[in-house]
Design a protein around this ligand. Structure first.
Ligand SMILES: [Zn+2]
Ligand SMILES: [Zn+2]
Length: 453
């Protein structure tokens, strides 16, 4: 008996969490927190599973939409082992501790009594049940045996893995978030290409067609050209970045552009959580499969850590490159606070290199015209945007074409589509039906159990 149950609340990229039942073993796959919902609404549908034991959990990678509620579920199952890669262990701890701080200040500000949903001390406690596992090495999910798992590099952020479950001769592959091409630091996914029975496939970019002319390096050159133009005109550049993953990849990319003489040497300013995450990337620089083996980002020429005291903004100076979090310019974060002055200067450039949620200040900035007022912080006056704003595509997720290609190569009997909005998932379903007519393509109803054999 193999069963699957999505514990997300909607068909969306929210609090990713799934239950995989392999015979009498119940395995939790990821335990995320919704990036836009608050309090209990940000949790997966845990109430559907709490009345029965869980035997193990696996964590695909550290992003909070996969890891953010792990301490909450572990509170209910204190003995349950949680398997992940060693790098995910380090990164998820740092992100969860930061999440406690964010929840605490939100709790005070918005009057949400449940916040924080867990404490620093609880993270230390649940961490004892985290068990790092190496990629490519099969391990048992439970001491009584019968169900095993093997991790494979997913190329998405450091430590991200796809998980191949094996149970009674059947193979079930969960991609997690995946990227098949090389990034500046990470190499593309190294997934098994053998025959798989059930493929649980992420669909983030299912709604986005890939420009056939696109290449990561030509996009990097386009960014360098815009930056050069701005710096030549005595402006400064701001690149709002997620603290983990996008920050490190972007700094490495700027370093590569400088080495290729496409970009002048200038100071990159990073701060706060980004420094912490970059140091963890550096710690693993020789231990993981990647490009620029051993190169430490904190030692890259021009990289400056900004704040001397917590929350202090870096000085706005001409010719600098501000690689600050958060990526969507969320209120109160460094990129948002600096933007209050930054966007008023017509010489400056804001370069968007990651995903911006339509409700985010970053998206409002992208949508705005030069000279238009933009609301960056709901408690402050809008700011007139005079600077240049440009978007670049450096996604950490696989193109929909490469996801389909992967599905074709493992020829599964069933595909379960997850981690995408409705439009993205529908496109994937249609295309898979065309390409793999014998495969059953399933869009799981949130909460509903699905029998897979
Ligand atoms: Zn992710
Ligand atoms: Zn995700």
């Amino acid at each position: 008996m193999i069963r699957f149950q999505s514990l997300t609340r909607n068909i969306e990229i929210g609090a990713n969490c799934y239950l995989l039942s392999l015979g009498d073993k119940r395995i939790l796959i990821d335990s995320g927190m919704h990036p836009k919902a608050e309090s209990k609404d940000a949790l997966p549908q845990f109430d559907r599973i709490l009345n029965e034991p869980l035997d193990a959990a696996i964590l695909s990678h550290a992003h909070l939409d996969h890891s953010g509620s792990l301490p909450v579920i572990q509170r209910h199952y204190p003995e349950m082992p949680v398997f992940m890669s060693e790098a995910t262990d380090a990164l998820a701890q740092a992100l969860l501790h930061n999440s406690v701080n964010v929840m605490t200040s939100k709790g005070e500000e918005l009057g949400i009594n449940e916040y924080p949903l867990f404490t620093h001390r609880e993270i230390h406690k649940v961490n004892r049940q985290w068990h790092p596992r190496r990629n490519g090495k099969k391990f048992e999910l439970h001491e009584t045996g019968g169900a095993s798992c093997t991790f494979y590099d997913a190329g998405h952020v450091m430590g991200a893995v796809g998980s191949l479950f094996e149970f009674s001769g059947k193979k079930i592959m969960y991609t997690g978030d995946v990227h098949f091409e090389d990034q500046s630091i990470l190499k593309g996914a190294d997934f098994p290409r053998e025959k798989i029975d059930v493929l649980i496939l992420e669909c983030t970019r299912g709604g986005t067609a890939l420009d056939p002319e696109y290449s990561r390096w030509s996009e990097a050159e386009r960014l360098a050209l815009s930056m050069e133009e701005c710096l030549e005109g005595k402006g400064s550049v701001m690149i709002p970045l997620f603290a983990m993953g996008r920050t490190q990849e972007t700094i490495m990319m700027l370093y590569e552009l400088q080495r290729a003489k496409k970009l002048r040497n200038s100071s990159f300013l990073i701060g706060g959580l980004s420094i912490k995450m970059t140091k963890i990337y550096d710690k693993f620089s020789k231990r993981i499969r990647r490009n620029h083996q051993g190169l430490n980002l904190m030692r890259v020429k021009g990289l400056l850590s900004t704040p001397r005291s917590r929350g202090e903004l870096p000085k706005l100076e001409q010719g600098n490159v501000y690689t600050l979090s958060s990526g969507m310019m969320a209120e109160k974060t460094m990129s948002n606070r600096l933007a209050q002055q930054f966007i008023a200067n017509p010489r400056n450039l804001v370069a968007c290199v990651g995903y911006a949620d339509p409700d985010s200040p970053m998206a409002r900035l992208i949508e705005s015209e030069r000279g238009e007022e933009v609301l960056l912080d709901s408690k402050k006056e809008p700011v007139k945007r005079q600077c240049s704003v440009q978007s670049f595509d450096f996604s950490g997720h696989a193109s929909r074409e490469s996801l389909i290609e992967y599905a074709e190569s493992v020829h599964p009997k069933k595909v379960i589509l997850v981690h995408g909005d409705k439009e993205a998932i529908e496109w994937m379903k249609q295309r898979l039906n065309q390409r793999l007519p014998e495969t059953e393509v399933i869009i799981p109803d949130p909460g509903k159990e699905i029998d897979l054999e």
